[in-house]
Design a protein around this ligand. Structure first.
Ligand SMILES: Cc1cc2nc3c(=O)[nH]c(=O)nc-3n(C[C@H](O)[C@H](O)[C@H](O)COP(=O)(O)OP(=O)(O)OC[C@H]3O[C@@H](n4cnc5c(N)ncnc54)[C@H](O)[C@@H]3O)c2cc1C
Ligand code: FES
Length: 292
């Protein structure tokens, strides 16, 4: 039935079968324990963290700060138990970290994030992490580094910008003016912040890639760090390749276990299937196969 092992693997783990796999993982977790504590190695363990602050940034977007004992790298993520009735953890990027305080920002999308948004200051959250690889800040080169984010993809880029140095620039894309958030945060750490909206209701009208192409004309950009919808990252990867600029992408893949045990998150990277939670979520743009 299958020509190669690879085809068999792809059939097993991709497309609609991911939803079945996610359901099976959730089911097996539910019969094992209601609050499963996963400990894998020293830095992959769960922490019970107190919510120190909670702010609503715009409709359906919440900004949480929790106490957290480990300094994460920019681009790493945490895996959160959202609360009663949601047994599978949900991945969230590290947005900021200092003085044992970790900030993450999230959009309410479905049951998990809806439940997460119901927590209040003083509540405890069970958080696994930090997980995954981070961005390679040391590859930024001698020119200007730039971060490019679309929608929820801007969140991992704040700590990344902070660590890239004072000459870093950012390009941030939102659907509409009402959804523009964290502009002041980025202004406080970037030498320039370029904002665009899909409908032109705030600052530039159009896509982040339009601003990126325009900015590249100055000839000083040596590295790109991006996160956002697949179509955006595919375009950023293509442009960076044309200009021969170092480019890393943080993939927003659906996840199950978050620690390399279930294969729900596999993506084709450099011709091989890799687990985004373990081998990523950050990959070199040249290696990501967006057509899989
Ligand atoms: C490494 C990583 C970091 C992330 N960081 C953030 C973050 O900082 N802030 C944030 O708001 N979100 C982030 N996400 C996405 C977030 O994990 C999902 O939005 C969340 O898991 C949805 O859970 P839910 O139960 O609310 O929705 P579900 O009921 O599971 O799904 C609701 C909708 O959201 C879509 N969705 C589910 N998972 C993802 C995903 N991984 N990416 C894109 N769409 C998804 C589904 O297709 C569906 O349409 C991240 C994802 C990954 C993989
Ligand atoms: S989410 Fe389970 S292997 Fe990546």
């Amino acid at each position: 039935m299958y020509n190669t092992n690879e085809e068999q693997y792809r059939h097993k783990y991709c497309g609609y079968n991911k939803n079945i796999t996610l359901y099976l993982i959730e089911f097996s977790i539910s019969i094992t324990s209601k609050r499963m504590a996963i400990c894998v190695g020293n830095n992959k363990k769960n922490h019970v963290c107190t919510i120190i602050s909670k702010t609503q940034l715009c409709h359906g977007t919440f900004d949480y700060v929790v106490d957290f004992p480990i300094q994460p790298k920019p681009g790493q993520f945490i895996h959160i138990l959202c609360g009663e009735g949601v047994l599978l953890r949900r991945p969230m990027s590290v947005c900021d970290y200092s003085d044992n305080r970790l900030r993450f920002v999230f959009d309410v999308r479905g049951e998990g994030t809806k439940r997460l948004a119901k927590h209040n200051v003083g509540d405890k959250l069970d958080i696994l992490g930090p997980l995954g690889t981070g961005f390679n800040i040391d590859k930024k080169g001698s020119g200007t580094p730039i971060v490019i984010g679309g929608g929820i993809g801007i969140f991992p880029l704040y700590l990344t910008s902070k660590q890239l140095g004072s000459n870093v620039e950012s390009i941030l894309g939102f659907k509409t003016k009402d959804l523009v958030i964290m502009e002041q945060d980025f202004k406080s750490v970037c030498s320039k912040v370029h904002v665009c909206t899909d409908d032109g209701s705030y600052l530039s009208c159009g896509l982040v890639t339009d601003l990126f192409k325009e900015r590249l004309k100055q000839g000083d950009i040596t590295s790109v760090y991006a996160c956002g919808p697949n179509a955006m990252m595919k375009a950023v990867a293509k442009i960076s390749k044309e200009y021969n600029i170092f480019c890393e992408l943080s993939l927003e893949q659906r996840m199950g276990c978050g620690i390399g045990a279930c294969a729900v998150c596999v993506c084709k990277i450099a011709g091989q299937y890799k687990k985004v939670c373990q081998n990523g979520p950050v990959f070199n743009a040249k290696e990501v196969d967006f057509d899989e």
